[in-house]
Design a protein around this ligand. Structure first.
Ligand SMILES: [Zn+2]
Length: 446
């Protein structure tokens, strides 16, 4: 390894250490060892830890949140007797879900567009974030990641799409040793530049949206561009990893994909190991399947987040389906296994200029539009989109203009956008609502 890479890696490692110590207020070295010891423990020890954490959380929720106090009358109620937390409960009763024991100033606001295109706002606290980061550090090491090692990130960045990439983002990439390819906005030129940069800097791992990674791999394949160094692994997250995405990307990059399953509301839920099984993150959460037999019949995934005391998520119906397995994984890790995951699916939009716009771009733009309850964006042709919206009384003409402008900003100023007001957006036969649909034929089979 050239000396300048080694130096950069060591500098970046020191910067990570300083960041976690001073900004996040944790000694991640010792904390990470503890997290790893738990996640590598025997099944019995893992389950005992989870049980203790769960009891502590239920007690806290019962004593300090109006919503749960009303929902279960005694603090010793068994979790299976608590009704699942639905997204609509969060939308309608956000304040009552927050703990009275956590001052408002210590709540960290977060939001997601969700798989239904309906915005969802919620709160987390510092301990949630610290624990969540420790889990990400631990599980990403399965894929070969380590502090300071260079990484290519194929992920969404609003700033680049809007043409004002900022210095903070660039500085953060520098000290983290990250290289960035904007997954919201892929063009032949940006993909070629990213490959040239990779060829110079030899990233050890890639973190990517599956659909963007697939587009990038397809571009490299079409242009006979072959990575000439050994990548340790690829981490994918945030959307469905289809089997044709996996096989193409693993062939082009010559390494294995480790799929990570998570959600902004609850953090990292499960991670794929070297043997291809998804292990459940028992350090941060307790996962149930809403099914009469969770080992044979898939059902809704219910998540109880164990560390977010600002706003407890207990049996949260996240919107994906899954099934458990009771097999012992040959990798040696004893965390329980999520055998099947039927998750979210999103569309990539193509503009007339050939640019690819990731669906996540629209979700991030629209999650906090006042008056918007739900949306679905359909690209009918390269020149025409239909935007279906469900709105409430706070909806204004300005919000309407904002959404149309954002769509035209991404897809082209001459694209017409028909806004349709709906009472509700009907579910497709699959039962899994999609907030973006593209009917534009592409030259590629995706
Ligand atoms: Zn395993």
């Amino acid at each position: 390894m050239p000396i300048r890479w080694t130096t950069k890696k060591l500098m970046s490692k020191a910067a990570w250490h300083a960041y976690n110590m001073y900004r996040k207020g944790i000694n991640y070295g010792s904390q990470l060892s503890k997290t790893a010891a738990l996640l590598n423990a025997s099944r019995a020890d893992i389950l005992a830890f989870q049980k203790k954490q769960l009891e502590k959380l239920l007690r806290h929720a019962h004593l300090t949140t109006p919503y749960y106090r009303e929902l279960f009358k005694t603090e010793s109620t068994h979790i299976s007797q608590i009704p699942p937390l639905e997204k609509k409960n969060i939308r309608e009763q956000l304040d009552r879900l927050c703990s009275e024991a956590v001052p408002q100033g210590q709540r960290i606001k977060n939001a997601t567009g969700g798989s239904t295109g309906a915005p969802l706002t919620f709160y987390q606290d510092r301990n949630y974030w610290n624990q969540r980061n420790l889990s990400v550090y631990y599980f990403d090491q399965w894929a070969g990641w380590d502090f300071g090692e260079s990484q290519l990130i194929v992920w969404g960045a609003l700033s680049d799409v809007e043409g004002n990439g900022n210095w903070k983002h660039q500085l953060s990439n520098f000290w983290r040793n990250h290289y960035w390819l904007n997954g919201f906005h892929l063009t032949d030129a940006t993909m070629r530049r990213a490959f040239q940069q990779m060829d110079r800097c030899h990233p050890q791992t890639i973190l990517a949206y599956p659909s963007s990674l697939y587009q990038f791999a397809m571009y490299l394949f079409d242009n006979d561009l072959v990575p000439k160094w050994n990548l340790k692994g690829i981490i994918t997250s945030a959307e469905m990893l289809h089997s044709h995405y996996r096989s193409l990307a693993e062939t082009i990059f010559g390494t294995k994909i480790y799929n990570r399953y998570g959600g902004r509301e609850v953090g990292l839920i499960a991670m794929e190991c070297a043997e291809g099984r998804m292990h459940i993150n028992c350090h941060d959460l307790y996962l149930e399947i809403d099914s009469s037999d969770p080992y044979t019949i898939p059902g809704d995934i219910l998540i109880t987040q164990l560390n977010n005391y600002a706003m407890p998520f207990i049996r949260y119906r996240i919107g994906d389906m899954g099934r458990l397995s009771n097999e012992v994984c040959p990798c040696g890790n004893q965390l329980p296994i999520l055998a099947e995951l039927l998750g979210r699916s999103t569309a990539t939009f193509r503009t007339r200029a050939g640019t690819l716009i990731h669906a996540g771009y629209f979700t991030q733009q629209f999650y906090d539009v006042i008056g918007l309850v739900q949306f679905q964006l359909i690209q009918e042709t390269l020149k025409h989109c239909v935007l279906k919206v469900v709105v409430n009384t706070q909806w204004t003409e300005a919000a309407n203009r904002y959404m149309v402008q954002k769509i035209q900003g991404a897809l082209g100023a001459d694209v017409t956008v028909t806004v349709k007001f709906m009472k509700e957006i009907p579910l497709p036969a699959s039962g899994k609502r999609e907030f973006t649909i593209s009917k534009v034929e592409t030259s590629r089979n995706d």
